[in-house]
Design a protein. Structure first.
Length: 59
């Protein structure tokens, strides 16, 4: 799992996993929490927009 984490361009974590956010951030600086409204409403379109925005912001 650690290898996959370090190689990933972006790692999205669900709100209920944010208690491990700091630990995950040590493995990959590109760890982001899925916004509550996107996760709660199961909004796939906004999740893709969020992910693309995050990827673009760090190019």
């Amino acid at each position: 799992m650690e290898e996959a984490m370090t190689d990933a361009d972006l790692v999205l974590v669900a709100p209920q996993v944010t208690y491990k956010y700091d630990q995950l951030k040590q493995l990959n600086s590109r760890v982001e929490k899925i916004p509550d409204d996107v996760y709660g409403w199961l909004n796939g379109e906004n999740l893709v927009k969020f992910a693309l925005s995050e990827l673009a912001s760090n190019e």
